[in-house]
Design a protein around this ligand. Structure first.
Ligand SMILES: *[C@@H]1O[C@H](CO)[C@@H](O)[C@H](O)[C@H]1NC(C)=O
Ligand SMILES: *[C@@H]1O[C@H](CO)[C@@H](O)[C@H](O)[C@H]1NC(C)=O
Length: 405
């Protein structure tokens, strides 16, 4: 509970300060997009937009080829990489050209695409309604998996002229893949290999404090959930973002905030690359709908992987049943690789252990040998290249060598 109130306190303080932004004398640093970040690292970048069936406009970024390989004219297999909760495409770039997953892939000869879910700072438009419309934020990770991923994957395949791609997801990027694979199983055929880094699917054994602390209030339909659902959680407006960024980089006294920020994703700072914290603060939290958080907390309470719970009456209207239907993950027949960390409080090893028996085509469940490996370590650990990136890319390359993409 302490953690929750701390976070809320800091954020409301930031929000109050942000309201008076013109009077603050803080030297704000410029905010960069993923494309600018990629260019600053010396790589070519592209920005693409795709519209989903329900009107959301999603911004994807691409690193089409590697200056180190000079492979612009060669055929390059495609990888699509999807971020987690509170995050965005930047998280796969922040470790820099030597250690970040996106660069490691492009330097291995891949055409790299980074997705952005509806509602995060890159994907805040809808052609059918304004961001102020009461229904703009009425979505969870169900919609991200059911609409956003298929729209982005189809766009990437059409643009590159390929039939299949590799998929890598972190955290919610796995949850959404499971939603897509079970509700639109035809998409499994478009996947060469799928890598699930720290997948929160079943969540009954979660030990993450923020989930345990909020479960009594919003884990089941009721007043708490009704008050909170359908709105933006932690809006990342440019003032708050710049304030945090400036605070994290310049003032040691605010470093405790930066640590809190890291703790929000679960795990302590143990293996995390501390020098990138100011950059994490530049782009995170990138914005979500409260329903995404509530839906995860519902997964913890129900110990099941199922649709958003709107309460018996509304469920009956939406789904035809009082209890929300469970996702049928036995339909996910893509080549699946699961990665779990023993110190991960959100995607717990015991919950991940339930998956292999249900997945018809699971290739490997890899438990990271380092017992201190936590939820954020899968993208931000100092050892992420050796432990995660090299393995994921190695499996992709083996597939492409055998299947002559
Ligand atoms: C915890 O994990 C075990 C083993 O996978 C599973 O049987 C159980 O349903 C999970 N959830 C709870 C609340 O125990
Ligand atoms: C840690 O982050 C910094 C700043 O982004 C980066 O330059 C460095 O390569 C990272 N180190 C590792 C081991 O990932």
């Amino acid at each position: 509970m302490l953690k929750v109130s701390l976070i809320l306190l800091v954020l409301s303080a930031a929000a109050v300060l942000a309201d008076f932004e013109p009077f603050l004398d803080i030297p704000f640093k410029p905010v960069r997009t993923s494309a600018e970040r990629i260019e600053s690292h010396g790589y070519p970048s592209e920005s693409h937009y795709v519209e989903t069936e329900d009107g959301y406009v999603l911004n994807m970024f691409r690193i089409p080829h590697s200056p180190k390989l000079k492979n612009e004219k060669k055929e390059r297999p495609v990888v699509f990489i999807m971020h987690g909760l509170f995050s965005c495409s930047d998280c796969f770039l922040l470790n820099g050209p030597d250690n970040a997953l996106a660069y490691n892939y492009v330097d291995a000869g891949y055409d790299v695409w980074l997705g952005n879910a509806r509602g995060n700072l890159y994907s805040r438009k809808n052609t059918k309604m304004s961001i102020n419309h009461p229904y703009f934020w009425r979505f969870s990770w169900h919609e991200i998996g059911h609409y956003d991923l298929p729209a982005m994957i189809d766009y990437v395949l059409a643009t590159t002229g390929q039939e299949k791609l590799h998929y890598v997801g972190h955290s919610q990027g796995c949850t959404t893949f499971f939603v897509m694979g079970s509700t639109r199983p035809e998409y499994n055929k478009k996947i060469k290999t799928a890598h699930m880094l720290a997948p929160p699917i079943f969540m009954g054994n979660v030990t993450e404090g923020i989930i345990l602390a909020t479960a009594p209030y919003v884990g089941s339909p009721g007043l708490g959930a009704e008050l909170l659902q359908n709105q933006v959680f932690l809006p990342l407006n440019q003032y708050i973002q710049r304030l945090l960024d400036t605070a994290c980089s310049n003032q040691p006294i605010m470093l405790s905030y930066c640590k809190t920020l890291a703790l929000m994703w679960g795990g302590d700072l143990g293996n995390l690359n501390a020098t990138l914290l100011p950059q994490v603060a530049e782009t995170h939290p990138a914005g979500i709908s409260t329903n995404q958080g509530i839906h995860f907390i519902q997964s913890y309470v129900s110990n099941d992987f199922r649709r958003y719970d709107w309460g018996p009456k509304n469920n009956l209207a939406f789904y035809g049943t009082e209890v929300p239907p469970s996702y049928d993950i036995t339909k996910i027949d893509a080549n699946l690789y699961l990665y779990s960390g023993e110190a991960d409080g959100s995607a717990n090893v015991m919950d991940i252990a339930r998956l292999p028996g249900l997945l018809p085509n699971m290739k490997e469940l890899y438990t990271i040998p380092d017992p201190t490996f936590g939820h954020l370590d899968f993208i931000f650990a100092n050892s992420v290249k050796e432990i995660i990136n090299d393995k994921v890319i190695g499996i992709s390359k083996d597939y492409d060598a055998k299947n002559k993409f």
